[in-house]
Design a protein around this ligand. Sequence first.
Ligand code: G6Q
Length: 543
Amino acid sequence: METKTIALVDRPAWKALKAHADEIRGRHMRELFAEDASRGERMTAEAEGIFLDYSKNRVTDETLKLLVQLAKESGLRARAEAMFTGEKINITENRAVLHVALRAPKTEKIFVDGEDVVPGVHEVLDKMAAFADRIRSGEWKGHTGKRIRNVVNIGIGGSDLGPVMAYEALKHYSQRDLTFRFVSNVDGTDFAEAVQDLDPEETLFLVASKTFTTLETMTNAHTARDWSLAKLKDEKAVAKHFVAISTNAKEVSKFGIDTANMFGFWDWVGGRYSMDSAIGLSTMIAIGPKQFREMLEGFHAMDVHFRTTPPEKNLPALLGLLTIWYTEFFDAQTQAVLPYEQYLKRFPAYLQQLTMESNGKHVTLDGTHVDYQTGAIYWGEPGTNGQHSFYQLIHQGTRLIPCDFIGFYKTLNPLGRHHDMLMANVFAQAEALAFGKTAKQVKAEGTPDWLVPHRVFEGNRPSNTILAEKLTPAVLGKLIALYEHAVFTQGVVWNIDSFDQWGVELGKVLATKILGELESKDEPKLEHDSSTTSLIKRYRKNK
Ligand code: G6Q
């Protein structure tokens, strides 16, 4: 049944879920597990080496059935096909959404406006590979003949968060005699600190900007140019020390970068979905073309799984639907992502953009204001650090915070008992959240009566446990695609455009006017509200 035009709250599955949620709210996971000894084995799914245990959720088989029905009534399958086949599903920008083409094998054909985009993708990948090899081998020399030792990526948002996250995640596989830095903030401190111990003769800047007009990135790129030329003293040096990653050849030339040193991508790649495009050049230089391609294969494997697997066994669909369940029917505001893997320390920050920029929308595709919640707030920190800070609120606070625990069977750095200890914490946390500790148990431990309520853990706090063998480039690709498609699933059910970002566009223009007012020599005529006006005046007086 294709009912995607029916408003979400009028879909039969939605109504059924609403009534069903009233029953489930009164049930404890202790009972659900007690009633079904096989629950922990049954409520799992595995694909492409990624294992998902979703049994510690406040769901029954009926819940799952209804969520799957909701996905179907929302037209998930058809919408996914529309994405994979290059339809312009980003309707407010009239663009196709084809990050999946960035990792499509050469043999695939994907058409946008009658043109197969796959050959172009591989052409850019080959050009990136040739360049990355020249940097890695030392063949590419700086202006004064020294080899490049430092690579600085300048970009922001989608042109920064993915590259930083991937570099940190795959550091184990990186060429260690190269130093990588990432500059994003327009705060001069970011640039100053990133280059303070670097030698311009050995430093290559990757200016990563889809539009090549973003204020922060262009400001940092010009500062980098000045910093380089202050030592290299020759405009020609720019050709050896700057490359551009962009869709905007005109602006790239204007900046003074030869378009021969430009790596392109396309308007059908959204910023937050671009880390596997040329925007990932820093990643490719760090880990080499072969491992970069392994990462792409990982992405692709998860793409195929998402595209072809029915929702009940589909990892991204399940993750997406569970977040909808808690967001809509349990008033959950946030979703914690807790990787027990130090290399994934920037993964939550990356996911924040992916999820919140995609699904932080207040109108449906036809412009009607939604009458339900959208976009959960994603956040997190790597374990075990979070346990010693904010987990307290997850265990005993008054809010429901569904958690995704991510762990690996094997560590990349085997050191004594560390890994078993780390993983013991994953399992213990998820167990404690689900089952808690009753007053009876606390009393039996000899706790005085007055202290008992403070030491009770209600439990019934949901989590997913996601496991994989070890963090490789391919597994990273799979994990990212897992969340990309979970976000897609949510967007389809909520019937919103997950691929535009008007809020970000607003930010891009707002500051420009005030900047003129902060810098003008003459007293500017201020036409803001009284708060903004007096803040500007105060700043002008004290700067
Ligand atoms: C991502 C957003 C945004 C964007 C940055 C950088 O989806 O659109 O985060 O990536 O604003 O934009 P440029 O790459 O054009 O500099």
